[in-house]
Design a protein around this ligand. Structure first.
Ligand code: 13P
Ligand code: SF4
Length: 297
């Protein structure tokens, strides 16, 4: 099936993009695999007129908004990130009324409608850089409260306002499990995603995006305690098969696992559900996304 997919995508000039959390066999046939920022940025440089996105909805949606002339298919149009919906436009409007000198910053894990009401977009790999560059004193970060609280600890000269959203996968990490692993493997560095709760991040030696975590495992050290979704192991084992990885909990993002080779082959042979974004919303949501690309450098 992998060979058939590669042949079909060449014939049809389709680029396949995948996130590190999808299954290894899907990552294997993808042309580009990366974190959310890499995927959004890469899509703007592609010559292919059609993109198949193996990830979750907000990833495909951001690619479509940044490249409206391209045809974008989600491998599974129902692969959604629950966190993307954990903020309302009403709440953003209330904050705009309450605070002057405010910037509303949306994590890329948000809907296009939310992005359309925000000033700048961030991902876990560029959040600190971008928030530090903003001139406003008050920064409302949506939807992820854990990421926002991590930024608040690092960027001390801003008033970071938190929202109550969270990732239902990273929120499941048990403090006791991380502590136990640390005792068991005292030489292993703890690498965690900023979507984890503050109590977990306190135990981490490194906090960063999926690609940041992968890069850390390629540096010195033979074993690591990884606190993020398990799909990340495919890339690490590909690049460094001898490293030992200890996962704090069995974290599985069910939406990411909806991406399968069968569905990709079906899109390439029969077509699929094309991802569409309302024109007015897309025009407004493009502003924070382009600002992210500009500020992240
Ligand atoms: P990254 O941008 O770090 O790949 O994270 C995306 C995500 O959804 C993590 O849960
Ligand atoms: Fe969303 Fe969490 Fe899955 Fe990432 S791991 S896509 S934040 S549900």
């Amino acid at each position: 099936m992998k060979e058939r997919i590669k042949k079909l995508q060449k014939e049809k000039d389709v680029a396949i993009l995948a996130h590190y959390y999808v299954d290894g066999d899907v990552q294997e046939i993808a042309d580009y695999v990366g974190d959310s920022f890499y995927l959004a940025k890469t899509a703007t440089k592609l010559k292919n007129k059609t993109i198949i996105m193996a990830g979750v909805y907000f990833m495909g949606e951001s690619i479509k908004i940044l490249n409206p002339e391209k045809t974008v298919y989600m491998v599974d149009i129902y692969a959604d990130c629950p966190m993307a919906h954990m903020i309302t436009i009403k709440k953003i409007k209330e904050m705009r009324e309450k605070y002057s000198n405010l910037s509303v910053v949306c994590y890329i894990n948000s809907t296009a409608e939310i992005k359309a009401h925000c000033d700048v977009c961030i991902t876990s790999s560029n959040a600190l850089k971008i928030v530090s560059k903003l001139k406003e004193k008050n920064i409302f970060i949506v939807p992820d409260g854990n990421l926002a609280s991590y930024i608040a600890k690092q960027v001390k000269n801003k008033n970071i306002i938190l929202n109550e959203g969270y990732c239902c996968v990273h929120n499941l990490v048990h403090l006791e499990n991380v502590k136990k692993l640390k005792e068991e493997y005292p030489n292993a560095k703890v690498l965690a995603h900023p979507e984890c709760k503050e109590e977990i991040l306190k135990l981490a030696d490194y906090i960063g995006s999926t690609s940041g975590i992968i890069a850390e495992t390629l540096k010195e050290g033979d074993e690591f305690i990884i606190v993020t979704e398990r799909g990340i192991r495919f890339e690490i084992y590909k690049k460094a098969p001898n490293k030992k990885l200890h996962f704090a909990d069995t974290l599985i993002c069910r939406s990411m696992k909806k991406n399968t080779l069968e569905k990709i082959e079906k899109i390439l042979t029969e077509g699929g559900d094309e991802l569409k974004v309302d024109d007015e919303i897309a025009k407004k949501a493009l502003i924070p996304l382009e600002r992210m690309l500009e500020l992240a450098g």
